[in-house]
Design a protein around this ligand. Structure first.
Ligand code: UT7
Length: 319
């Protein structure tokens, strides 16, 4: 039986760093409020002209290189993003052209902050079926282009970046399970308006969020999701080595860690430096911890994410 495993990871963050103090000059907020309510201290923002696929290409090349592969080895691209450079061709196709690995399937999907987990779940099934051999799974966002910089309830949260993993066939299971969910009845609590209907001064697409309502549902659904992942694999929470959560709010992450009885030292936290990068946040956190040596081969990781829709999900991974 063929399984899939993560061969390697990669990520990219734009050079420009915006601190909480910088945001105090834009909206009525404070460094203290942002740190205590969200855990964010700074975030990276893309340069003018730096697009989602530009960032994704850096992350993808780093992952491919770390896997000891060439871009031409990639035969499948699944790309999670809510901030595509074009309406079409999709970001997966644009990335495929940049990498020069033409011919295989390449697509993007817009399941907000759960985008990387949705993409990972699909790619895993293709590798396990034998229809793909080297699958590139990407989460990349340029959320700064859909952030309302006059709205203090969202401008302090969102940021830019990209993360990627390469999946390859393996005789032993790397991706042990993925579980995906969606509940469209919550669509009005977190969404991005269409051009011409936006709340921003230029009526551009803008993120709109009812933060405290989203918070409550996120804690409930993510709690159920991590329980579901462990139960499906017949594992106790004590088996986990690391939680690699979506980096939306430190208080949501702490609530899930408490439920798993995991000390915070076993939780990969990047929110303080990255803010909320939506589909990029889980692969960015994963790559940070792989590259600094915390996550090692053979360890058991629980990845989870929750976002607009609502959409949410988990992946249990033997790295
Ligand atoms: O990634 C996709 C999924 N997204 C999430 O999971 C986000 C979930 N939600 C959250 O992370 C939190 O709800 C927020 C960080 C967005 C907000 O934190 P909160 O503790 O839920 O605050 P709140 O919305 O209940 O607002 C509390 C107070 C309000 O003032 P009053 O009514 O108590 O006077 C807000 O107006 O904080 C005020 N406030 C701010 N104050 C300073 C809201 N934003 C700010 C701000 N600076 N940036």
């Amino acid at each position: 039986m063929i399984h899939s495993r993560i061969a390697a990871t990669g990520s990219y963050l734009p050079a420009k760093v915006v601190s909480n103090s910088d945001l105090e000059k834009l909206v009525d907020t404070s460094d203290e409020w942002i740190r205590t309510r969200t855990g964010i201290e700074r975030r990276h923002i893309a340069a003018d002209g730096e697009g989602t696929v530009d960032m994704a290409e850096h992350a993808a090349r780093r992952a491919i290189e770390a896997a000891g592969l060439k871009p031409s080895d990639i035969d499948f691209i699944a790309f999670g993003t809510t901030t595509p450079d074009l309406v079409f061709p999709n970001c997966g196709v644009l990335l495929q052209q940049r990498l020069g690995c033409l011919g295989g399937p390449a697509f993007s999907l817009e399941t907000a902050c759960a985008g990387f987990l949705y993409a990972l779940s699909i790619a895993d099934k293709y590798v396990r079926s034998g229809e793909a051999r080297r699958a590139l799974v990407v989460g990349a966002e340029r959320l700064s282009s859909i952030t309302d910089w006059t709205d203090r309830t969202t401008a302090i949260l969102f940021a830019d970046g990209a993360g990627a993993v390469v999946l390859e066939p393996s005789p032993t299971a790397g991706i042990l399970s993925t579980h995906l969910h969606a509940d469209g009845q919550y669509k009005d609590l977190l969404y991005c308006s269409r051009p011409g209907e936006g709340s921003g001064v230029n009526r551009q697409p803008r993120i709109v969020m009812s933060g405290s309502e989203v918070f409550k549902v996120a804690v409930t659904r993510l709690g159920q999701s991590v329980d579901e992942a462990l139960a499906a694999n017949g594992l106790d929470r004590s088996a986990l080595d690391w939680l690699v959560p979506h980096q939306a709010n430190i208080r949501i992450i702490q609530a899930i860690a408490r439920r798993l009885e995991l000390p915070m030292e076993k939780v990969i936290l990047t929110i303080q430096d990255h803010g909320n990068t939506s589909a990029a946040s889980v692969p960015l956190a994963l790559d940070a911890a792989v590259r600094d040596g915390r996550i090692r081969r053979g360890e058991l990781l629980l990845l989870e994410a929750f976002g607009g829709g609502f959409t949410w999900g988990s992946a249990l991974v033997r790295y």
